[in-house]
Design a protein around this ligand. Structure first.
Ligand SMILES: [Zn+2]
Length: 511
């Protein structure tokens, strides 16, 4: 949303007595949430394209792709540069550090990309992002305000974070009232005291941070900040690993925010994908209905009907998602357990190396470090986790509820998750046998169905595919792909771009 549209929009809202948007970003997000194309048009939202997913022959670089998109009539940023070395990249960043203030839209950084598509493919992706693109953030804006008081938050892992309560101040278009103070060391380093005027900065995080103190305006009669010694939630004496800057509440099993945090993590989308947010966890925990993840599998409609603001429809959805969670792959269940230092990727390595909770739980430190990507710190954390009597009890309940305690035969043969959740019908003749094709789909995490229906993702059509199947796919709008398309999807043939390439059913069959 250009600044000009933003100003116009706010002027109109002011006239109509409506609340104003804080900044163009909020205004753009608020506009899209209305889900109305008319409103988007009225409010002057615009769009730049930054990436073309293509396998068009001849397009071999990102630069060429952008030029082509521009020639097609799409709006592409004019402020791009093809740099031949890091000096040119640095000079570009330096230039825009200040020049950006004269742009018609708000911007917070620059993305540096590898130009050559072939090199992009070689570099590939990490679990989170491509290795061939990286973001540079401009220096954040700062504001000065008074530090009123400090709260302490305890997270899922017991880590304590000091949070500053500030006199409200405008920063990059939003009003800031709270900011992170990092840890005890940072507070001591800057000698931050209650009553001080502090500098706040907005980085990439949601919550801004305190980055310094204006000593010249310190009021008289202040004292150095005294960090808390006990957990604000459960009163336990805090501990501090000399290697880590943070304080921890060691009361893992009784400290409420840690228990609630583990339940919420277990339910999260990338873990067991069980519906319901923080408010639900809070209610279940405060009523003593769920005190660890295993409790979720003992919930009944009767119990849920006693919750405030919780209707029959929500109950049905929640119970269905709990039931469906029993079918997640083994590695996701391992991730859901929330073993300290075991993230999504580590959980995958552990799942394919040990293949069951039983094997993993009885593995020695040496056996654990033999698994790929597992160091001593993670090994120790896993050992500690499984040795705890409470964990043993919880795992027993989870096992009784039918959760995936081992890798299924299909998962064990997995080569990749590139087709995870995708459903295929395979029809016609291919250069390799149909059985071989079906096996490839399964080893890459996909499913093979026998009939074309609306919940299908792809019809993989070889030579002489029956016209009835093609017609049905065309009617239901299911993409028909060739053997070559399919091999590109699973990386057996070079693909250009990163997403699936599909082609629409042949128009002949639409007649
Ligand atoms: Zn605590």
């Amino acid at each position: 949303m250009p600044f000009s549209s933003f100003r116009e929009l706010n002027a109109l809202r002011e006239e109509n007595g409506e609340p104003l948007f804080a900044n163009p970003r909020n205004a753009a997000a608020g506009t899209l949430k209305l889900l109305s194309a008319d409103e988007v048009e009225k409010r002057g939202l615009d769009c730049f394209l930054y990436h073309v997913v293509t396998s068009i022959p001849g397009l071999e670089t990102h630069w060429q792709a952008l030029e082509t998109a521009s020639a097609w009539g799409f709006q592409v940023s004019a402020h791009r540069k093809l740099c031949r070395d890091t000096h040119e990249v640095m000079a570009f960043l330096d230039h825009w550090e200040t020049a950006r203030t004269s742009l018609p839209v708000a911007t917070d950084g620059v993305v540096v990309k590898v130009n050559d598509f072939a090199l992009q493919r070689t570099l590939g992706m990490t679990a989170k992002s491509p290795r061939w693109a990286t973001a540079y953030k401009f220096k954040a804006e700062q504001a000065a305000t008074r530090l009123l008081s400090v709260d302490f938050q305890v997270g899922r892992t017991g880590a304590v974070t000091p949070v500053a309560n500030l006199e409200p101040v405008l920063l990059s278009g939003t009003t800031v009232k709270r900011a992170s103070l990092h840890n005890a060391d940072q507070i001591a380093l800057h000698d931050i005291r209650t009553g001080d005027t502090v500098y706040v900065e907005k980085g990439g995080e949601i919550i801004p941070k305190v980055v310094g103190v204006d000593l010249s305006s310190r009021p008289t009669g202040t004292f150095p900040f005294e960090y808390i010694t006990h957990c604000p939630e459960c009163g336990t004496l805090l501990e501090r690993d000399p290697q880590e800057a943070k304080h921890f509440c060691p009361n893992r099993w009784e400290c409420p925010p840690q228990i609630k945090g583990r339940i919420a993590h277990f339910m999260s989308r990338k873990a067991m994908n069980i519906l319901g947010g923080e408010a639900l966890v809070e209610q279940l925990f405060s009523k003593n209905l769920v005190t660890d993840p295993s409790g979720l599998y003992y919930l009944t409609p009767e119990v849920l009907s006693s919750l405030e603001n919780w209707g029959d429809k929500s109950t049905g959805n929640l119970l269905r998602s709990i039931e469906a969670s029993k079918q997640v792959p083994f590695h996701r269940f391992l991730y859901a357990l929330g073993i300290p230092f075991v993230g999504e990727t580590t959980a995958k390595y552990l799942a394919s190396h040990f293949r069951s909770v039983q094997e993993l739980s009885k593995a020695s430190a040496e056996e654990l470090t033999e698994a790929p990507e597992i160091g001593e710190k993670i090994a120790e954390s896993i050992r500690e986790y499984f040795q705890h009597p409470r964990i043993a009890l919880m795992l027993e309940k989870l096992r009784a509820s039918g959760l995936p305690f081992e890798q299924s035969a299909g998962e064990a043969n997995r080569i990749s998750d590139s087709l995870e959740g995708k459903k295929f019908v395979v029809s016609g003749q291919f250069t390799r046998s149909r059985e071989e094709i079906k096996k490839l789909i399964e080893t890459h995490g996909g499913k093979v169905l026998s009939t074309v229906s609306a919940n299908l993702d792809f019809l993989l059509a070889g030579e002489k595919t029956g016209p009835a199947k093609m017609q049905k796919a065309s009617k239901t709008g299911i993409p028909v792909i060739s053997e070559t398309d399919f091999l590109k999807m699973i990386g057996e043939m070079p693909a250009t771009g990163t997403l699936f390439e599909t082609k629409k059913p042949d128009s002949l069959f639409e007649l």
